[in-house]
Design a protein around this ligand. Structure first.
Ligand code: AMP
Ligand code: GLY
Length: 426
């Protein structure tokens, strides 16, 4: 009998994870909670929310799930892994005491300071009064970060004292992100290129995945509001052997060792958000999960059986895994609903999805889709689809991905037209 795997989440990242798991010859059944219309092509979707821990545990027991993989940050930070472990279930992801690496920016900044991991200078404030006092004297621009999870939107870059004052009010007094703004990290503003590096970690050993480069702003030319990510590509040409060597020495293993030394061994995926500053690479943030859409460009390049990697992370045997990525470049363009990330309409039928069937180098990962009552696949979110292409070079992958976006139509389809613009600067 092959394995039964449950994936928790329902976005483009979870579609990419489910797709990678489906390639494993060890697996013969995949469930996804709650999943989406695209995930339904590789997994049986079950209508249980990612935060319904008791229902998920009951489901995993009833179906005799061999392995559960948690894609999203909220359940990880909320302790889903501890719940599964307490029920004797096998689960991939950090426990609550380790997911705090993403769940609390104050925690992660203090960790980096204590263990001399390069990051921006900062202070943490615990009340609006303390914050207003501090911003009178700090350097500008300055960066305000809500301590807790805020869908990637709790970071405010403030050019002036007036902007910072408004930011403190928004985060700490108006509580725009709820309790996430009870404490705020105020950080030095850094400049440089950003790179995403994902890794597998088993508590002590870390194995890096291929680098990626995200496009967080909604509009062409990196303008407009911050989003979850409008497209990205892998590898990043700016992730040079020198950068890699520096990060290996000062950032990656030191982070894993620091978590272990704190009694919070990290098992799962650590996502290092890095900035290449003039003073060398520095950590912008940690995430305790795969990136979205980083997973959509990194996992198509993974050659090792992902189930073996998940198991090795759980068992503490990652040192025995030979983690391999193909030389192919991968680029993904997110098709969103016009108006994202603020407000947008959904429920529009999507056409052209069948043109990706059977293709080995063009994929369409679903982020926000569902079946309507007529059984049609319709839009169901801000980010709708991630159109992804593999090719020998980044430029070819870009041309292929953009050509493939033309085959998909839905009302209010929106995308950036310059994903991968940095490739032309190399
Ligand atoms: P984070 O959620 O911490 O990654 O922040 C979101 C985005 O804000 C990052 O991807 C950066 O573009 C920007 N950012 C965060 N911290 C800083 C900083 N200290 N200096 C400049 N930009 C930053
Ligand atoms: N794409 C950025 C993230 O997943 O946090």
């Amino acid at each position: 009998m092959g394995m039964k795997v449950l994936i928790v989440g329902g976005g483009g990242r979870e579609h990419a994870i489910a797709w990678a798991v489906a390639k494993s010859p060890k697996v013969d059944k995949i469930y996804c909670a709650p999943g989406n219309a695209g995930i339904a092509s590789v997994a049986e979707c079950v209508p249980i929310g990612a935060m319904e821990f008791d229902k998920l545990v009951d489901f995993a027991k009833e179906k005799q799930i061999d392995l559960t993989v948690v894609g999203m940050d909220d359940p990880l930070v909320g302790g889903i892994v501890d719940k599964f472990e307490a029920a004797g279930l096998r689960v991939f992801g950090p426990r609550k005491n380790a997911a705090i690496l993403e769940g609390s920016k104050a925690f992660s900044k203090d960790l980096m300071k204590k263990y001399h991991i390069p990051t921006a200078e900062y202070t943490t404030v615990h009340s609006p009064e303390e914050a207003y006092e501090y911003i009178k004297t700090c350097k500008y621009p300055t960066v305000l970060k809500a301590d807790g999870l805020a869908l990637g939107k709790g970071v405010l870059i403030c050019n002036t004292y007036e902007e910072a004052k408004a930011g403190v009010k928004e985060l700490m007094e108006d509580k725009k992100f709820g309790a996430s703004g009870d404490n705020v990290v105020i950080e030095e503003f850094m400049t440089g290129r950003e790179i995403s590096v994902l890794s597998f970690v088993d508590g002590k050993t870390i194995k890096l995945m291929a680098s990626a480069m995200d496009h967080k702003r909604a509009g062409d030319g990196d303008t407009g509001l911050n989003t979850g990510g409008m497209g990205n590509f892998s590898p990043s040409p700016f992730y040079t052997p020198e950068v890699d060597a520096f990060c290996k020495k000062y950032i990656y293993q030191p982070t894993v060792d620091a978590m272990a030394a704190e009694g919070r061994p990290f098992k799962g995926v650590i996502f290092f958000g890095l900035m290449l500053t003039d003073d060398g690479p520095k950590v912008l943030e940690y995430n305790a999960r795969f990136g979205d859409p980083e997973a959509q460009v990194v996992l198509p390049r993974l050659e090792t059986d992902i189930v073996d990697v998940f198991n090795a992370c759980i068992d503490g045997t990652l040192d025995q895994i030979d983690l391999k990525f193909s030389d192919q470049a991968c680029l993904c363009v997110v098709l969103a609903s016009d108006g994202y990330p603020v407000s947008y309409k959904t429920g529009f039928p999507i056409s052209g999805l069948e043109t990706f069937e059977g293709k080995k180098d063009e994929f369409v990962f679903h982020a926000g889709t569902k079946f309507n009552e007529k059984g049609q696949i319709v839009t169901n979110g801000g980010r709708v689809l991630a159109v992804t292409a593999l090719a020998p070079t980044l430029k070819e992958a870009r041309a292929k991905a953009y050509a493939a976006t033309e085959r998909i139509s839905f009302a209010n389809k929106y995308m950036r037209h310059d994903i991968g613009h940095a490739i032309d600067e190399v």
